[in-house]
Write a new protein. Structure first.
Length: 273
């Protein structure tokens, strides 16, 4: 079984050397599953609302870097020096990639997705009909749902080590506003909207604007309109304003993102998507 073979290699990883053909064959098979979308590093368990990490696939990625050496690749006028090739065959995959957009082998990009000049790292998964806009980045192992729009300059953080570390998970039908940063295993639920410049990580409180109650840390619930904000805090050194994410409005489940309506909600609070 492939998972057991990866576990065996991982157990003796100190002995694994670049160029080992047997080890490379096993690891390449695992990475091929990620590349084709037949396997994924992590997924949301709906019953428990917890992210399940398939550690053996992360171990395979780490072993891949150990087994490969840096090679030079020329693509048109560009030259790359890396241990991994770029993803290819986009026409057959039904994916549109604008010049300047790239994804590493071992990432999955679903049919109908669009990559503007952007970057998708190994282990990441980009769902069908998702737009990765200009200068947006999808870090290693991040899980991006279907029909998502990552606006210009959005940074989705990546994580490889330790293998059990939870990656960023973005649900289906999410809109992430320009220059927002979602990192360190934070989550955005299905159907939600993040306003421009929102910072979300597991230490950031998510607060209900109506009640003032803290909903979570680093998790925006499904079907919300949320923005970056600050809360006043008295500390021994004085008064400070610490970041939070403010849920301005709850959307009906399945409610489509009407751009005009969303912008009206956000503008009424001095922000935009």
């Amino acid at each position: 079984m492939l998972e057991e073979s990866i576990a065996e290699l991982w157990g003796r990883r100190a002995e694994v050397r670049a160029g080992d053909p047997d080890a490379a064959s096993v690891v390449d098979e695992a990475i091929g599953l990620l590349d084709s979308g037949e396997a994924r590093v992590a997924e949301l368990d709906v019953s428990s609302d917890e992210v399940v990490v398939h550690e053996w696939l992360k171990q395979a990625i780490l072993l891949l870097f150990q087994l490969r050496s840096v090679e030079t690749t020329e693509v048109g006028p560009f030259e790359y020096a890396d241990k991994l090739p770029l993803k290819h065959g986009y026409e057959a995959l039904g994916v549109r990639v604008v010049p300047g957009g790239s994804a590493r082998w071992g990432s999955f990009v679903g049919r109908g997705a669009v990559l503007m000049p952007s970057y998708v790292n190994i282990g990441a998964r980009v769902g069908a009909e998702t737009m990765i806009d200009t200068w947006a980045t999808v870090g290693s192992c991040a899980q991006i749902g279907e029909r998502v729009h990552l606006s210009g300059g959005v940074g989705i953080g990546g994580v490889l080590e330790p293998p059990n570390a939870v990656p960023v998970v973005i649900g289906d039908d999410v809109l992430v506003g320009s220059r927002s940063m979602v990192t360190q295993g934070a989550r955005v639920g299905t159907g939600s909207v993040l306003g421009e410049g929102t910072i979300l990580n597991p230490s950031i409180p998510v607060v209900d604007a109506t009640t003032g109650e803290e909903i979570s840390r680093g998790v925006v619930p499904p079907w919300c309109v949320a923005v970056g904000a600050y809360r006043r805090r008295e500390l021994p050194g004085g008064e400070f304003f610490l970041p939070c994410v403010l849920v301005l409005r709850r959307l009906a489940e399945g409610e489509r993102h009407d751009k005009a309506t969303i912008n009206e909600v956000l503008r009424s609070h001095g922000v935009s998507a």
